[in-house]
Design a protein around this ligand. Structure first.
Ligand code: FAD
Ligand code: SF4
Ligand code: SF4
Ligand code: SF4
Length: 404
């Protein structure tokens, strides 16, 4: 089914969203449907459950069959080439383009050393956000922090100051719905930059496509997409904290997924400020057990429809990570180039092989495509990517250039 217009979805109800997306295991839990529903029928509230679904019906009796949630949902269908053409100005033309289509590619990092080391992979995400804020391009950034009452559970936060942006640094390898928070921000007529995973950004692009003239779509100034191999249920972090580190959840004061020298260790501090940690490879083992099944059939690794996409690469110094950065749109270019010119970000143009230098790409574009094909052969639900090739046998050879 092509992108079409909102009119094509009139008559679709909350019930259709549940039966076609959620009940078939295709919900990414991005939160977009909650943000677009003017009747307030839906709510995200099951993040902590595993394998429970995060999306819940709140008052579906109020549903007026407007179809907006269904249209903007990236769970069951994402028309990647059409979204690329519309927002990026060109589409991925060959299956060799594992990173999607883009204008410029760089290895980058925050110019500020503290921001760089506090960052998941170089701090470019924070530096770009702070640049946009300090230049008055946005009122704030929608990103992800931790809940105060449960400091191991991620929560969407809106940052209006440099300090608040810095407080969101670091990757939370646990799911957070993010986009549901857009509704309240739009009501306040704020200009918002959204930082999110590929499924969050797909939801944002669908809002911009179908609800173009609404305050919600207009509130979005630009998007920073994070590369994403997969994400996990909250139970993953809880498993490590309680079973591997022996810390009761009620004693947790704060956590970090990547503390200390690269690649960093999963670390928990208790209320006495005593820390406990396990090395990064062990953390991955336990988190992988709790990967959301929907992530295993997801096709978008490099946030292919974001304005700027950021991931991790090892290029200049094997002891620390740097950002892989793809600038995809004119808006993205203005922000990225501006941040470099004004000394917020340091960037070096590189060959594509330096962006390919991460196993996440292989997990997404090879293992997931193989799984999608297997699911389809066996009649199991998979997301639909109309116009994009998801055929495993059409992938380029299994080699991307220099490894670590
Ligand atoms: C679940 C997950 C999987 C990832 N998988 C890969 C991968 O396979 N390969 C790869 O190269 N990179 C991956 N990344 C991206 C990488 O970890 C960094 O986020 C990215 O390189 C930006 O680093 P930075 O230092 O510039 O960010 P920072 O300056 O540290 O800023 C981090 C930003 O990420 C946002 N954020 C943190 N956690 C989440 C979350 N759960 N959902 C949405 N936004 C969040 C914060 O709001 C903040 O703005 C993943 C990130 C996440 C969250
Ligand atoms: S009112 Fe519209 S957006 Fe809300 S649940 Fe019903 S169809 Fe979806
Ligand atoms: S919009 Fe997002 S949260 Fe809502 S059903 Fe679709 S994938 Fe799930
Ligand atoms: S793999 Fe990443 S982008 Fe895909 S559904 Fe999971 S969290 Fe979203």
């Amino acid at each position: 089914m092509p992108l079409g217009t909102l009119q094509d979805f009139k008559g679709k109800t909350a019930q259709d969203l549940f039966s076609d997306v959620v009940d078939r295991g295709l919900c990414t839990a991005c939160g977009t449907c909650v943000a677009v529903c003017a009747q307030d029928c839906l709510v995200m509230e099951g993040e902590e459950l595993s394998p429970g679904e995060a999306l819940r019906a709140r008052a579906v009796e109020r549903c007026n069959a407007c179809g907006m949630c269904y249209a903007c949902c990236p769970g069951e269908r994402v028309q990647m080439p059409e979204l690329e053409e519309r927002f990026l100005g060109s589409r991925t033309v060959t299956h060799e383009q594992l990173l999607g289509t883009y204008k410029d590619r760089y290895v980058a990092m925050a110019a500020d050393g503290v921001m760089r080391t506090a960052g998941a992979s170089g701090g470019t995400a924070a530096a770009l956000q702070i640049y946009a804020l300090e230049k008055g391009l946005i009122d704030g950034v929608l990103g992800v922090g931790y809940r105060e009452d449960k400091p191991w559970v991620p929560v969407a936060v809106f940052s209006r100051t440099r300090e608040e942006i810095l407080a969101t640094q670091g990757s939370k390898y646990t799911h957070c719905s993010v986009n549901d928070a857009l509704r309240d921000l739009a009501k306040q007529k704020l200009r918002v930059a959204v930082v999110g995973l590929p499924c969050h950004i797909q939801g944002v692009r669908k809002v911009q496509a179908y609800l173009e003239r609404t305050p919600l779509a207009r509130s979005i100034a630009f998007t920073i997409g994070l590369f994403c191999a997969e994400n996990r249920f909250t139970r993953g972090a809880e498993h490590i904290i309680t079973r591997r580190l022996g810390v009761p959840l009620e004693d947790v004061a704060r956590i970090s997924y990547r503390e200390g020298a690269y690649p960093g260790a999963f670390t928990v501090w208790d209320k006495e400020d005593q820390s406990y940690s396990i090395p990064y490879p062990d953390q991955l083992t336990f988190l992988w057990m709790h990967t959301r099944p929907r992530c295993r059939i997801c096709y978008d690794y490099a946030a292919e429809v974001a304005d700027i996409s950021l991931g991790e690469t090892q290029h200049l110094d094997k002891k620390m990570a740097h950002n892989a950065a793809l600038v995809r749109t004119e808006t993205g270019k203005e922000i990225f180039d501006g941040a470099v010119e004004e000394g917020y970000v340091v960037a070096q143009a590189v060959d594509e092989k330096f962006i390919f230098n991460h196993t996440g790409l292989e997990r997404k574009k090879y293992a997931n495509l193989m799984r999608i094909e297997w699911y389809r052969q066996h009649g199991l639900p998979t997301p639909d990517y109309p116009g994009a090739s998801t055929r495993y046998d059409e992938l380029p050879p299994f080699y991307f250039g220099p490894k670590r």
